[in-house]
Design a protein around this ligand. Structure first.
Ligand code: BGC
Length: 337
């Protein structure tokens, strides 16, 4: 079958023809697979690992698939599904055993298409029914956004859980796919949403956000104007600078900042009862929330986010820069069949 492979010997992503996966509980026909910053980092060998004993990793963790064959009556052939990314650590730890692998305590979890397990950018895949979330057919056109939206839903839940008051203003840092999905999730929760990014204020992303009622800025807003901040820009220094925007009780959730160290204003955090939290991946409830949120959102907000390309363009897509200021393309999706 055709697959997008990360070749750890040749140190490059490439398309390959490889054996189909062995039988499993549910056989999936992959329909399409999104790419994100993680895939570009993988293609640059910043992190990631092939399955033990192998030198190639099938990439892809944002998938939409159709059940081709199934041993589970709850998932009959023809059902559309989105798979979860993370699988339990050996052991497993208490979190993984409780179905919250996103909260793994050992760090020995595996992630499909990222750490130690093949991903979904291939014609076929197999999975366990418990790792698959059924998608209403009406959502098919944008369901490839369910996985990144699940990460956003977890980040929003984390922020709300940690805020001891009634948050009303969300500041999002970054206008990539995660940043824009965070803006949509914030609007759905009834918050006022501001997005800060480098893209010009008259660019396509800013126009998309503005048309939905989101305030778009290229600089941070005034001090003390945000209850929640969601960092989705990859910049720890911008996240640290944005702390000045937090109101008392405010919460900053970091999602994408790279492994850099910054100085933190501890005294302000203390006297303001403020919180900084990190979050990664998503639990089953967040996938269900993501499906509900995407179902409730205006299709005209979601459809312009996606550019579909044939699979043969995938290696070139991965080589493109993660963020092109002013660039209109938000989520590149590769299609099969
Ligand atoms: C994925 C997450 C994953 C994280 C770290 C993100 O791109 O959406 O599911 O846990 O990368 O590997």
């Amino acid at each position: 079958m055709r697959a997008l492979l990360l070749d750890f010997d040749e140190r490059r992503p490439r398309l390959g023809d490889i054996a189909e996966p062995a039988a499993g509980e549910v056989r999936l026909r992959i329909l399409e697979c999104g790419t994100c910053g993680t895939d570009r980092d993988l293609a640059a060998f910043a992190f990631g690992a092939p399955p033990p004993g192998e030198s190639q990793l099938i990439l892809g963790h944002e998938a939409l698939a159709e059940v081709a064959a199934s041993e589970n009556p709850g998932l009959p052939p023809g059902t559309l599904v989105v798979p979860a990314v993370r699988r339990a650590c050996p052991g497993p730890c208490a979190s993984c055993a409780a179905g919250r692998r996103d909260l793994c305590l050992t760090g020995a979890y595996r992630e499909r298409g990222i750490f130690g397990l093949h991903g979904y950018c291939a014609e076929w895949a197999v999975d366990s029914a418990e790792d698959l979330f059924p998608i209403p057919p009406a959502l098919a056109g944008v369901a490839v956004l369910v996985e990144p939206m699940s990460v956003v839903e977890k980040a929003c839940d984390t922020a709300v859980r940690l805020h001891p008051g009634h948050p009303a203003h969300l500041l999002v840092l970054g206008a990539g796919a995660v940043g824009i999905l965070a803006a949509w999730a914030g609007l759905r929760r009834g918050w006022h949403v501001t997005v800060v990014s480098r893209e010009p204020a008259d660019g396509p992303r800013a126009r998309l956000l503005g048309a939905a009622g989101v305030t778009y800025r290229t600089t941070l807003p005034a001090a003390g104007t945000a209850d929640l901040i969601l960092e989705a820009c990859g910049s720890a220094s911008l996240a640290a600078a944005a702390l000045a925007c937090l109101r008392p009780l405010g919460v900053l959730v970091v999602l994408g900042a790279r492994n850099t160290t910054v100085e933190l204003p501890f005294l302000d955090l203390i006297v303001g009862n403020q919180t900084i939290a990190g979050t990664v991946n998503a639990g089953p409830e967040h996938f269900r929330q993501a499906i509900a949120t995407l179902t409730a959102l205006e299709p005209s907000w979601l459809r312009p986010m996606i550019e579909r390309r044939p699979l043969h363009r995938a290696p070139a897509s991965l080589a493109a820069p993660a963020a092109v200021p002013g660039g209109a393309i938000i989520k590149v999706v590769h299609t099969f069949h």
